[in-house]
Design a protein around this ligand. Structure first.
Ligand code: PMP
Ligand code: GLU
Length: 406
């Protein structure tokens, strides 16, 4: 007789059996379990601001409940929220999107899934400048797209060049999934670099680009954020994705959105009309308040992130054998640990970032995410969206644990 586990695998779909579990969520789950067992884990795995949602946003949600915003909303979102998003696109990005071009979803994650499901046919090539956020590949594979990585390393601050991009485009390329500021690397493309990417896309009008701008506000370069859709020659090829999770510390509210060419927005509306009927009414009213009121609380969080980045950079540079760069945005470090490959602990040799991350979890009590699921074979990702005390202690633990490897 088969074991329960095997028989489960037999009746579940190929689609779900083939899917990788999200590495970020898996690591966060593992560290929650260890904490529940009483272990003193410092969890730097999940990319989630530690700040609370600003009070005026919470108040807007309470008011929404009292005013009866408790029914199904229009599938792509309340018109007043979509109007606020259109104003935000104009105010922050100099982009003109009509409200029909805007679709609000249950987190930017669902926005991305809607777009990919709406564009990708089996066998279409999806280009992923690597390292990339874990869910891009999983979602593209769910749509039976073929993921093609465009590699980059820490030596080029994990950025791909226009030339590299051009070389990876084939007649089968349908979509590029791009993020700046980038998760997991924190890299930010300058306007000049983006202009080079836009020039390539202009030569390939059948290729779309999903431009994930969820970390837009968390940018320390001093240069104003540039959206790829601002390059007017390629605007009809770009789907701009954004959300509230990072810039407004609203991860649990599950609110994201796109600005897109009309046909793509309509397709995403149709898709979620069958899958979710649109996102939570109360979260939508909160999102409207976030966009229409002063964004000072967001800017204050960004100042804190910058301070923490500078602190962690100094601490990581002090650990022998790590190769670290200074990330310009988001709230992650993505550092190279390959000098520790081949070293051992208790007779076990560590050969991959995953081996090192599991070692650091069990021996150092720190949770980081290994590079493999971001399309990288040498690095670990650290989220620094936590207090300076915890970050200092985590780096101390990491230094001590790595020093024990022989
Ligand atoms: N894109 C990137 C690059 C992210 O890091 C995240 C983090 N969750 C998302 C999209 C999805 O955000 P959410 O679904 O919370 O809006
Ligand atoms: N985006 C965050 C991360 O990369 C949250 C977890 C997730 O949705 O993957 O950690």
């Amino acid at each position: 007789m088969s074991t329960p586990a095997t028989s489960t695998m037999n009746y579940l779909s190929e689609r779900i059996n083939q899917m990788q579990e999200s590495a970020t969520i898996k690591m966060a789950k593992m560290s929650r379990e260890l904490k529940a067992q009483g272990k003193d884990i410092i969890d730097l795995s999940l990319g989630e601001p530690d700040f609370d949602t600003p009070q005026h946003i919470k108040d807007a949600a309470k008011e929404a409940i009292d005013k009866g915003y408790t029914k199904y909303t229009p599938v792509p979102g309340y018109p007043e929220l979509r109007k606020a998003i259109a104003q935000k696109f104009k105010r922050d990005n100099n982009l003109d999107y009509s409200i029909e071009q805007i679709v609000v979803s249950t987190g930017a994650k669902q926005s991305i899934a809607n777009v990919v499901m709406s564009l990708i046919n089996p066998g279409d090539e999806v280009l992923l400048p690597a390292p990339y956020w874990v869910s891009y590949a999983a979602i593209a594979e769910l749509a039976e797209g073929k993921c093609i990585e465009i590699p980059s390393t820490i030596d080029t601050n994990f950025k791909v060049t226009p030339d590299q991009l051009e070389k990876h485009i084939t007649p089968k390329t349908k979509l590029i999934i791009f993020s700046s500021p980038c998760n997991p690397t924190g890299s930010v493309y300058s306007k000049t670099e983006l202009s080079g990417i836009a020039d390539v896309l202009k030569r390939h009008p059948n290729v779309f680009v999903l431009c994930d701008e969820i970390y837009e506000y968390i940018n320390f370069t001093g240069e104003k954020h540039t959206s790829l859709a601002e390059f007017s020659d390629i605007k009809e090829q770009v789907i701009t994705v954004n959300g509230f999770s990072k810039g407004f510390a609203m991860t649990g509210w599950r609110l994201g959105y796109i600005g897109a060419p009309l046909a793509i927005a309509k397709a995403c509306d149709k898709m979620q009309g069958q899958i979710t009927s649109g996102t939570c009414s109360i979260a939508q009213k909160a999102g409207e308040a976030a966009l229409l009121t002063d964004i000072t609380p967001s800017l204050k969080m960004v100042e804190q992130f910058k301070k923490r980045r500078d602190l962690v950079y100094a601490l990581l540079k002090d650990i022998p054998g790590l190769k670290v760069n200074l990330p310009d945005g988001a709230f992650y470090f993505f550092f190279d640990v390959s000098s520790y490959f081949g070293k051992s602990y208790n007779g076990k040799t560590l050969n991959t970032p995953e081996d090192i991350s599991l070692y650091l979890l069990s021996e150092g009590n720190i949770a980081l995410v290994s590079g493999e699921s971001f399309g990288d074979k040498t690095c670990l990702r650290m989220s620094y969206a936590t207090s300076e005390e915890k970050l200092t202690e985590a780096c101390k633990r990491m230094k001590a644990a790595l020093a024990q490897l022989l």
